[in-house]
Design a protein around this ligand. Structure first.
Ligand SMILES: [Fe+2]
Length: 214
């Protein structure tokens, strides 16, 4: 079964929210100035920050320990229509990343997520470098319409906005080793996003066990 998503209740403490609110303008200033694309991962040293520590403590409870927290920022580029962004597979170390733990920090609440049952072995996949290090796998094609057409044979799952992370209420585990794309407007969108280097099956089982123990 292709089941690439599981949501969970999650919130930061008041102190951590205050820390995030105080630091985010600093992060954003650097990102807007130096990051060459309209969106991507901001990777300063976050390991000692209160939010990275809270995420670590939370995930450790679920026996998820091989992790790294980053910030995914989509710049405000000023259009209001929803559109599907680049279809890709995350590969921060040059190999597909099994999954991410995503926490919405700021967004317009309109984003949906699309995932396809296509992994990096598919013949329509190509590997490209990304700015500031790492790589990702993409679908061949000159634009999103062509890319979607190129993998129309594959099962597609849409995770509707109503199920995706709500700031300081819920978070998402997402299977990022399969092709996925966010559907969003051009307003600013910020996620605290943690790389998980455990298999999706392991993570899924830990989350189900944790939720059934509550
Ligand atoms: Fe991704």
């Amino acid at each position: 079964m292709f089941n690439p998503y599981i949501g969970i209740n999650f919130s930061f403490t008041k102190e951590t929210c205050e820390f995030l609110d105080s630091m985010m303008p600093v992060y954003l200033k650097e990102f807007y100035k130096n990051f060459p694309e309209t969106g991507g991962f901001f990777r300063p040293k976050l390991i000692d920050t209160p939010f990275a520590k809270e995420i670590k403590d939370f995930l450790n409870q679920l026996n998820i320990t091989d992790i790294k927290t980053e910030i995914l920022i989509h710049k405000d580029i000023g259009y209001s229509k929803l559109r599907i962004e680049n279809l890709h597979i995350d590969a921060p170390r040059g190999i597909p990343l099994p999954c991410r733990f995503n926490i919405m920090y700021r967004g317009d609440g309109l984003s949906n997520l699309h995932l396809w049952n296509v992994d990096c072995r598919d013949k329509k996949i190509t590997q490209v470098s990304v700015p500031m290090g790492g790589s990702r796998y993409q679908i061949v094609g000159n634009n999103v319409t062509e890319k979607i057409e190129n993998i129309k044979h594959a099962r597609r799952v849409k995770i509707d906005k109503e199920f995706l992370s709500k700031t300081n209420k819920t978070a998402d585990f997402l299977r990022t080793e399969f092709v996925h794309a966010v559907e969003k407007t051009g307003s600013e969108r910020i996620l605290i996003s943690t790389c998980i280097h455990h298999s999706w099956d392991y993570v899924y089982e830990q989350v189900i066990n944790y939720k059934s123990s509550l």
